[in-house]
Design a protein around this ligand. Structure first.
Ligand SMILES: Cc1cc2nc3c(=O)[nH]c(=O)nc-3n(C[C@H](O)[C@H](O)[C@H](O)COP(=O)(O)OP(=O)(O)OC[C@H]3O[C@@H](n4cnc5c(N)ncnc54)[C@H](O)[C@@H]3O)c2cc1C
Length: 551
């Protein structure tokens, strides 16, 4: 009888790219490295390189595990006592621990110095590439601090816990923990963007007004990371919508009446639990002025909007890294993909978009540093909304295109692209969905004309450097003087504001080939509707090489 050949004899595995892993996410990102220096955080170079090295390794596996083994709600213990806890896979805790130990949740508050927000933005950008879901509680915790400071005695109690660099996931009263996390609960069933439609009521328990104790009754339709130790939330008193701090545990060490009804079954962001909750007379303290809850919590919202920009830029960067890496190894029709003219066009176009996003995200982060020093928030006020809209809007089509660069492999979980793809739309929804943000831009321009001037002051720093940019900016300024159907035109207007700022930054600080291609395609109309429609004659190889992680 003839012998059967061993199974491996059927074929040899060839022409598959090696996995993109074990690389330094920071050191291999020229755009990020340059921007860190330029925007005033050169002092954080070593920290970023350290996290870049770690995050480029095992955290990718943690990310896969934390998204495959999703959080589970435990409403009761085995004796029937209500506990309202969520169990996470150990990989989630590893990601959280790494983030907290590297101060992604608190660096500017622990170390207030010029460039602190920029340094933190870079760190958040680096780690989110390995896994994005855990960025949600990290971002909310970071963002809670400026809102909490509206109530100094509450801030004095909670800020040291929130800014601790120890991750402590135990379900215990805050005073017994080594560090805590803070969430945000605003959205109700009948109104998310329009929080004025909220129905949750706050009843005074002792005294009234800022710092006083209240009992909250009502619900929240979206409350992410419900295992946070404390939340900032909104509820109505007789004097209007107010902001409250609501801890999971009461001062006497018993559980607060904060009940998790169920966890959402979401498109993406799977590692992170998002819940529906009820307040059944839950104990809370008022933060900031009674009736001015939106004004108080908006401080938190502004910082989470910045993080939406960082998160989207980060998702784009990882998708582009994967696409370029794959194309460098994979051959079709006798040539590597990276050498095929049409694939070069697609890859270069993606690289340009990602480079523009990273560059503007770092400039925006510096605006937060500048505002803390000068107290002048005009630029950050308008730029945050403009850039939040545009960078989040670009992420889904970019990731879809990057996925396609991997062909069928891109559609398979192990490639990480499906995870990046499912994650891509969420930043657009969070913290003001597209239209709401565009209307906010109009509001900022109407109420704070100084913000428009500050925005154009920055854009105009590139005046005279590129005729296409000058013409484009003149056109946008003209558009701003026309108030006809301004709401209907808001998306178009905001998009053009964002492009003007991105172009200005690239022309001044970016790679000249990238800046030129950006202006030709995004400002001067030499571009189609899909990626990969750059005009011929651009040095695609140069643009792609800049973005390619060397492993
Ligand atoms: C994964 C996930 C986690 C979340 N976690 C939290 C959380 O932790 N805490 C929390 O408070 N919320 C959370 N949210 C809720 C989120 O912030 C809201 O879904 C979001 O703000 C939109 O509100 P909404 O769902 O009520 O939609 P709506 O407000 O009903 O908006 C629906 C659509 O209408 C548009 N729209 C609204 N008003 C106008 C207008 N005037 N003109 C034109 N268009 C308009 C919006 O842009 C949007 O596209 C989470 C959401 C998701 C998906």
């Amino acid at each position: 009888m003839s012998e059967l050949p061993p199974a491996h004899r059927t074929h040899e595995v060839t022409n598959q790219a090696p996995p993109l892993e074990g690389y330094n996410i920071f050191a291999q990102d020229r755009v990020l490295v340059d921007a860190l220096e330029r925007e005033g955080a050169g002092w954080a170079r070593e920290r970023c390189a350290r996290l870049g090295e770690i995050a480029g390794g095992e955290p990718f596996q943690w990310g896969a595990l934390a998204n495959a083994h999703t959080p589970v709600l435990r409403t009761h213990d085995r004796y029937g006592n209500r506990i309202d806890e969520v169990e996470y896979h150990p990989a989630w805790h590893s990601l959280m621990r790494l983030a907290v130990e590297h101060e992604l949740h608190a660096l500017p508050w622990r170390e207030p110095r010029p460039g602190a927000h920029v340094a933190r933005a870079a760190l958040f950008f680096i780690q989110s590439q390995a896994e994005a879901g855990h960025g949600c509680p990290i971002s909310m915790t970071y963002s809670s601090v400026p809102a909490l400071r509206a109530q100094p005695e509450i801030a004095a109690e909670w800020e040291p816990r929130i800014t601790s660099n120890q991750y402590d996931p135990r379900a215990l009263p805050a005073p017994q923990k080594r560090g805590v996390l803070c969430g945000m609960a605003m959205t109700e069933k009948q109104g998310g963007s329009d929080v004025r439609a909220n129905t949750t009521r706050a009843q005074a328990l002792s005294g009234r007004g800022p710092g006083a104790e209240y009992a909250l009754t009502g619900h929240k339709w979206f409350c992410s990371a419900p295992m946070c130790d404390v939340f900032l939330t909104l509820a109505y008193t007789d004097n209007g919508l107010s902001c409250f701090l609501l801890p999971r545990w009461l001062p006497d060490g018993t559980r607060n009446r904060f009940h998790i009804q169920r966890l959402k079954d979401k498109l993406g962001n799977k590692s992170n639990a998002s819940s529906e909750i009820e307040y059944d007379g839950a104990w809370a303290r008022m933060v900031g002025e009674e009736g001015h809850g939106v004004r108080t919590i908006i401080e938190m919202v502004n910082h989470t909007r910045l993080d939406c920009v960082i998160g989207s830029s980060s998702g784009m960067r990882q998708a582009v890294s994967q696409a370029v890496h794959h194309a460098a190894y994979r051959s079709a029709f006798g040539r590597r993909l990276i050498e095929q003219p049409l694939m070069q066009n697609v890859l270069a176009d993606l690289c340009i978009e990602s480079e523009a996003a990273t560059t503007v995200m770092m400039r925006l982060a510096r605006a937060y540093d500048d505002a803390e020093v000068s107290g002048n928030r005009h630029f950050s006020r308008l730029a945050t909304a403009v850039i939040k809209y545009w960078v989040c809007k670009r992420q889904p089509p970019l990731v879809a295109e990057a996925l396609e660069c991997l062909g069928g492999n891109g559609f398979v979980e192990e490639s990480i692209l499906p995870r990046l793809y499912r994650e891509a739309p969420v930043n657009g929804v969070w913290e003001g969905s597209g239209n709401v943000i565009c209307l906010d831009v109009l509001r900022a321009m109407g109420r704070e004309p100084e913000s428009v001037e500050a925005f154009f002051d920055e854009v105009d720093l590139a005046r005279g450097s590129d005729a296409r940019l000058d013409r484009f900016v003149d056109g946008v300024r003209k558009e701003l003087t026309n108030f006809d159907a301004i709401e209907t035109r808001a998306r178009h207007l905001v998009e053009r504001l964002a492009l003007a700022l991105q172009a200005s930054l690239l022309v001044r600080h970016g790679d000249p080939v990238v800046a030129d291609a950006f202006c030709a395609s995004r400002l001067a109309g030499a571009h189609g509707l899909a990626f990969g429609t750059l005009p011929a004659g651009i040095d695609f190889t140069h643009i792609i090489d800049r973005a390619r992680p060397q492993v």
